[in-house]
Design a binder for this molecule. Structure first.
Ligand code: 8YV
Length: 320
């Protein structure tokens, strides 16, 4: 029997994913889940046929130049691939894959949690109850922003944006979106297309950032963009922290120009701008978008499906 391809799995994976990787590959695992410095994972890549990485591993052009010749494929356990210089990997003759679609529903759930948490002041409510400071009902206690009849602007209408739109309709939100390309009518449904981000901002009582982090989108939600939103808008970000300008968002949250924000992702996470922590009108989560049992398994299986196909000489299902 031919020997199994060798694989470096840089982070601890869910049990079912680890079991399949260990069964089908000569896999070097990271059971302690210690994040390895670049020099360390590059050294461990020596002699490996493939790498299964996460967004913690920054595959820069310099890293690609130092990759051992044995490595022919990099499979990232993420839909986002801003941590990889895709052009450099491809130019080196290697294959690179990600995990689209399998996490759309889970991330959309967290987007709605962030939207509701921000609109209905979940952080302030939780704090009252947990700190024993809830002294009873009054008619104006922690009043929030209505969803029904409001407009949700979705910035980036890929699979995740579309999954958010499906949920939003159930909450009585009118769906507006901006995307590089307009959706086909059967996907668009009753959603209203805006051909510019500024056009979308003007109608977004709620704004969901749902686009990838790219050279075009980084810093897009800046002071000008926020100034274009209706006063008292609510910002939701489940995509990437660097798409928003933290100074502009924090200033707008302090002044009330933005009524609230629900944030699952942060520039430089797990570090985040500490000012967010003390703002009462922010609902904060630690990048939980895809964190469900089935979704994390599906992401791992998607990586392994790509690796299996590659080593069988077939086309990878989700090559970039
Ligand atoms: C992951 C994500 O948890 O898929 C993505 O792009 O942001 C998350 O689902 C994380 O990136 C793990 O690599």
């Amino acid at each position: 029997m031919a020997s199994k391809p060798s694989l470096l799995v840089t982070r601890r994976m869910p049990d079912a994913v680890t079991a399949r990787a260990s069964r089908d590959y000569d896999a070097e695992l990271n059971p302690d889940d210690r994040i390895m410095p670049q020099d360390e994972w590059l050294a461990k890549a020596e002699g490996k046929d493939g790498l299964m990485i996460c967004s913690s591993e920054k595959v820069t052009a310099e890293a690609v130049a130092r990759l051992p010749g044995s490595v022919k494929i990099i499979s990232t356990f993420s839909v986002g691939h801003e941590h990889i210089d895709i052009e450099a990997v491809k130019a080196s003759g290697r294959t690179v894959t990600n995990t689209p679609d399998v996490l759309n529903e889970a991330v959309a759930d967290i987007a709605m949690l962030c939207l509701l948490g921000a609109a209905r002041r979940a952080h302030e409510g939780q704090t009252l109850v947990r700190q024993g400071e809830w002294n009873g009902w009054y008619s104006t206690m922690l009043l929030g922003k209505d969803l029904t009849g409001a407009r949700l602007g979705i910035l980036g209408m890929g699979g995740i944006g579309q999954a958010i739109a499906r949920r939003a309709r159930g909450f009585g939100l009118a769906v507006h979106y901006h995307n590089r390309t307009r959706l086909a009518p059967e996907l668009e449904g009753d959603a209203i297309y805006h051909d510019s981000a500024e056009g979308l901002a003007a109608v977004a009582d709620f704004l969901s950032v749902s686009c990838p982090s790219t050279d075009e989108t980084r810093g897009m939600v800046d002071a000008d963009f926020i100034a274009a939103l209706p006063p008292g808008a609510v910002l939701v970000n489940t995509a990437r922290g660097d798409i928003v300008d933290d100074d502009a968002v924090i200033e707008a949250l302090q002044s009330g120009r933005l009524r609230a924000a629900g944030l699952d992702v942060f520039k430089g996470e797990p570090a985040l701008d500490v000012r967010y922590r003390s703002l009462p009108n922010v609902f904060l989560l630690p990048h939980l978008g895809s964190a469900t049992d089935n979704t994390r398994d599906a992401m791992g299986f998607c990586c392994l499906d790509n690796l299996d196909a590659f080593f069988a000489g077939k086309a990878c299902p989700t090559a970039l």
